[in-house]
Ligand binder design. Structure first.
Ligand code: NAP
Length: 461
């Protein structure tokens, strides 16, 4: 049961209980003198990206949930799980019943490559992997990561994995996927990867992984710590042709990128200098290669056509003379960034795939922060910085335009949900799910997640 409010002054609805939602709730619950913050989450479980995006072998990063969990236990913060804004409640209803609405909805949709052959219907514009328009063997990193992280949206994904896998993109998400595909059972022993996903990956017998960047090693956005990890895998050898690497970082490089670029370059040179290895999996790093077409055979991926890119001031440009090369493939995963999901009625910038906003302000009384504000950049600690920045704006706006009229907050919302037959899940319900997942974990694992909604809801009862 979710307890009713105790006469709060300011009623705030936060949409999304990932790091950004939890951080803004934490800050405002402590800074504002009298406030009730209701944290709406469409899943039965909190923590967004930390639960379903952070790689399952990065358990140290996932420990941030302890801090986020403390926010959910604050007396003036209420977790309202399994309620989707735009489905179970409208944006207008939230605006009507709360003084402030803050969207921290992240970026859940995969961007598409937009090249011929990517989808069966020939539709490259919709970009929604959730609807499964891609040909068999082609996945977005968001859908793929949700699948191995047991996110209910991808419980039925069942990706087709074969011996030869290409990953497009040179960011940290691409490296996450390399590790998850290439790590040995011993290396995954303390992870919370979904067991079905792990079995599927093992059964695929992956031998060749191609990590493909459209720009060069200096323009890659992955970070040295993550790059170093892929050079230390037990069963996977890095294969890299030294001719792809510059000797040094040029003098004119942007000073803010220079240290990272130099560390990456040193690591890549060290990888290129290694002796041939007999490890069963080979990771080929290919730079300055742009995907131009996907080929399929009876609806199943068969090859990727690539074209060499030329860099002009670091930006890729077409090289009309360069020949197209063909890479036979069984599976392709594009790790090229994400878009936010629009909430019906809330201003949305379709081009950028974010909620329309000016420095976090959407419209009077409505704010956004994190990846739904500025797109998918930055690591989890950046969400706290974002939250502090937007919290300052909210405090300043409240000083200039104090709220006076009372609103009903959760009292009105719970009546609406009841009318619609929607039973929200509370923090206590989440604790039951958490305990059940922890209890069913096999030795050495932190938890075994429930991957289907009906299992999560049953565990909450
Ligand atoms: P990202 O760092 O922006 O990398 C996206 C990659 O996709 C870039 O290499 C980009 O190349 C490439 N790309 C974009 N469009 C493309 C296209 N049409 N064709 C070919 N390549 C294309 O994004 P991300 O890897 O999704 O990561 C998102 C954020 O999460 C980042 O801030 C990242 O650091 C963070 N993260 C951190 C960790 C960690 O700390 N361990 C783990 C995962 C994610 P261009 O540069 O040429 O555009």
């Amino acid at each position: 049961m979710i307890e009713p409010s105790v006469q709060p002054t300011l009623q705030i609805a936060v949409i999304g209980s990932g790091p950004s939602g939890c951080y803004i709730a934490d800050i405002l619950s402590k800074k504002l003198p009298s406030v009730q913050i209701d944290l709406f989450e469409r899943l039965p479980t909190p923590f967004g990206l930390v639960r379903a995006g952070v790689a399952p072998d990065h358990q140290i990063t996932k420990q941030i949930t302890r801090q986020l969990d403390r926010t959910l236990q604050l007396p003036n913060v209420r977790f309202i799980g399994h309620v989707e804004i735009g489905q179970n409640l409208s944006y207008d209803e939230l605006k009507q019943h709360y003084h402030l609405v803050i969207a921290a909805t992240g970026a859940l949709q995969d961007r598409q490559l937009g090249i011929p052959g990517e989808s069966l219907q020939g539709d490259q514009s919709s970009g929604v992997n959730r609807s499964g328009v891609n040909i068999t063997g082609v996945y977005g990193s968001g859908a793929f990561a949700c699948w191995y992280n047991a996110h209910p949206d991808q419980a039925e994904l069942a990706p087709h994995l074969g011996r030869r896998v290409a990953i497009i993109g040179n960011g940290n998400v691409a490296l996450d996927i390399v590790r998850i595909l290439a790590k040995s059972p011993a290396e995954m022993a303390s992870s919370d990867i979904d067991p079905t996903a792990e079995q599927t990956i093992r059964a695929a017998g992956i031998e060749e992984i191609y990590l493909i960047g459209r720009r060069g090693p200096l323009q890659a956005s992955f970070t040295p710590m993550e790059l170093k990890e892929i050079g230390e895998l037990e069963q996977c050898a890095v294969c890299l042709d030294k001719s792809q690497l510059p000797d040094t970082v040029p003098e004119e490089a942007d000073p803010k990128d220079r240290i990272r670029q130099q560390k990456n370059l040193d690591l890549l040179h060290e990888f290129a200098s290694r002796e041939t290895s007999s490890k069963p999996v080979r990771l080929h790093l290919l730079f300055q290669q742009t995907p131009v077409r996907l080929k399929s055979d009876q609806g199943r991926l068969s090859a990727l056509e690539l074209k060499k890119t030329v860099l002009t001031n670091g930006h890729p440009t077409d090289e009309p003379e360069s020949p197209v090369s063909e890479l036979p493939l069984d599976t392709l995963i594009s790790a090229i960034g994400y878009r936010s999901v629009a909430i019906q009625g809330m201003p949305f910038d379709e081009k950028r795939g974010i909620i329309s906003n000016l420095d976090g302000r959407v419209e009077p009384g409505v704010y956004t922060l994190g990846w739904s504000q500025h797109g998918p950049q930055g690591v989890i600690p950046n969400s706290r910085v974002d939250a502090m920045t937007v919290a300052k704006k909210i405090m300043s706006d409240l000083q200039h335009h104090p709220v006076t009229a009372p609103v009903e907050g959760f009292d009105a919302i719970s009546a609406l949900l009841e009318q619609r037959g929607v039973r929200p899940l509370s923090y206590a319900d989440w604790q039951k799910i958490d305990a059940a997942e922890t209890a069913r974990a096999t030795a050495g694992k932190p938890r075994e997640k429930f991957r289907r909604l009906d299992q999560l809801i049953a565990a909450a009862k």
